[in-house]
Design a protein around this ligand. Structure first.
Ligand code: EPZ
Length: 419
């Protein structure tokens, strides 16, 4: 089991290129199943979740190769429509395959995805949407079987769920009629999925707004090449690392319009942010100021995937900060580990109340989920002495070589295999 050894108090300086987005790569790789052809997907991050998705795609009959950050997949021989339970339990995003298998084969069987450390994470919005679109959905114990094709018309989400929006976009390809998905999520990764689908010759429009229109029916084999959008959450994490450790850095391959709300909060905390084209420079404040109150919301609001990192930063800010987690029902796993390092954090309902400024001391801490683990790495950069972050397989799921990136900026962080 690998762990990170981090020495705090060393400012970060230099430049780093942001990689392709995990939360775009996963739905795009699933969407490739919807169209028979050879798909070449560039800027695909080499992360744990992508490797699990590759395992699933191969189990369905796809032929894949993953060289560097280029993921190639030939989906001509997709013959299975069952996603095995043991793989589903590894990664919730396999739920996306429901939509793409319905588009390709008119049927799909998945195992109900488990919850995880950040909440129950049901899929009722996915199921309700598929039923509204005209699909037959049967549940047998933990298995969910879907069949049929989209009948066209309107389907309205009760909440702008990112995954449900993406799943229904793909399922809508199964019918000849026009489907309009309303109250859908607006994340940049959904716009990217639309971009990939259009590159494959599908007729999809409206992503990034609250209403997406899909016209299905085209069945021709099409080859495609696509470049995945940059990872705004990786960018926000690295920028938080500069603020945590102090210093100054330029990040390439990131546009500020993908992370306006995050940059606004960082500036409120005293950072100087300059953007030029698709690069952003951040200069850490001498003293971090409290942002006061921050609430997580669907895009374009402050992203829930940046909440744990912000909690860590706020331990270094004077006064009281309230961070309200409105998207997931329990996403404060990092709290007790930060308290071990000297933080003063109370959880009241959906709110984390951080009392700063509390100097952090290096400690042995355990990652419990992806972004909570990243928050502990940032705490290690802030803390006096050495911090050991264990169970970093959680972090490897969503960050490609986080340690290498931080080392490139002068951070003292080393990956070791602990017994
Ligand atoms: C996607 O998860 C992302 N994952 C998450 O990133 C991200 O935090 C989330 O969107 C919100 O932006 C991928 O894209 C692979 P949701 P998803 O459906 O699709 C509830 C990370 O760290 N809900 O928008 O699962 C759900 O429980 C990960 O990179 C239902 O109740 O998010 C949650 O409380 C974490 N019923 C809220 O909606 C449903 O059917 C938002 O979930 C679906 C969701």
């Amino acid at each position: 089991m690998d762990c990170y050894h981090i020495r705090g108090g060393v400012p970060l300086r230099g430049e780093y290129r942001i990689k392709g987005a995990k939360n775009s790569a996963l739905p795009i790789l699933a969407a490739a199943v919807a169209r028979s052809g050879k798909h070449e997907i560039h800027d695909c991050p080499r992360i744990g979740d992508v490797l699990v998705m590759e395992e699933i795609l191969k189990s369905l009959g796809a032929v894949t190769s993953f060289e560097g950050n280029c993921f190639s997949i030939d989906t001509e021989n997709i013959e299975k429509t069952l996603v095995p339970g043991e793989i589903m339990s590894k990664m919730r995003s396999s739920v996306f395959l429901m939509g793409s298998l319905l588009a390709r084969c008119g049927e799909a069987t998945i195992h109900r995805p488990g919850g995880c450390r950040i909440g129950k994470r049901p899929i009722d919005i996915h199921i309700e949407g598929l039923k509204q679109m005209g699909f037959t959905v049967e549940t047998h114990d933990e298995e969910i079987r879907c069949s049929g094709k989209a009948r066209g018309g309107r389907v309205r989400l009760t909440y702008p769920s990112v995954g449900a929006t993406e799943n229904l976009m793909m399922a809508a390809l199964s019918g000849e009629e026009e489907t309009v998905i309303e109250n859908c999520a607006r994340e940049p990764e959904i716009v990217d999925l639309q971009g990939f689908m259009r590159t494959c010759g599908f007729d999809v429009a409206g992503a990034g707004t609250g209403s997406i229109v899909v016209r299905g029916g085209d069945r021709r084999r099409t080859d495609s090449m696509y470049f995945i959008v940059e990872d705004r959450i990786e960018a926000a994490t690295y920028m938080a690392a500069v603020m945590a450790a102090k210093g100054q850095a330029v990040f390439h391959n990131i546009r500020c319009e993908l992370m306006k709300e995050v940059l606004k909060v960082y500036e409120r905390m005293g950072a100087v942010v300059r953007s030029f084209g698709n690069a952003i420079e951040i200069i850490a404040p001498e003293r971090i100021k409290s942002p006061g109150f921050v609430v997580t919301e669907p895009f374009p609001g402050f992203p829930t995937d940046c909440q744990p990192q912000l909690v860590t930063l706020c331990t270094g800010a004077g006064g009281l900060t309230t961070i309200r987690e409105e998207v997931f029902d329990s996403r404060f796993t990092h709290k007790k580990e930060l308290i071990k390092m000297g933080a003063n954090i109370e959880i009241c309902g959906k709110n984390a109340i951080i009392k700063g400024k509390t100097p952090l001391r290096g400690a042995e801490v355990y990652a419990a989920d992806l972004r909570g683990g990243a928050a502990l790495v940032l705490a290690g950069l802030m803390a006096e002495g050495e911090t050991v972050v264990k169970d970093i397989y959680h972090i490897d799921r969503g960050y490609e070589n986080l340690d290498e990136g931080l080392k490139q900026l002068g951070g003292i962080i080393e990956r070791r295999t602990s017994d």
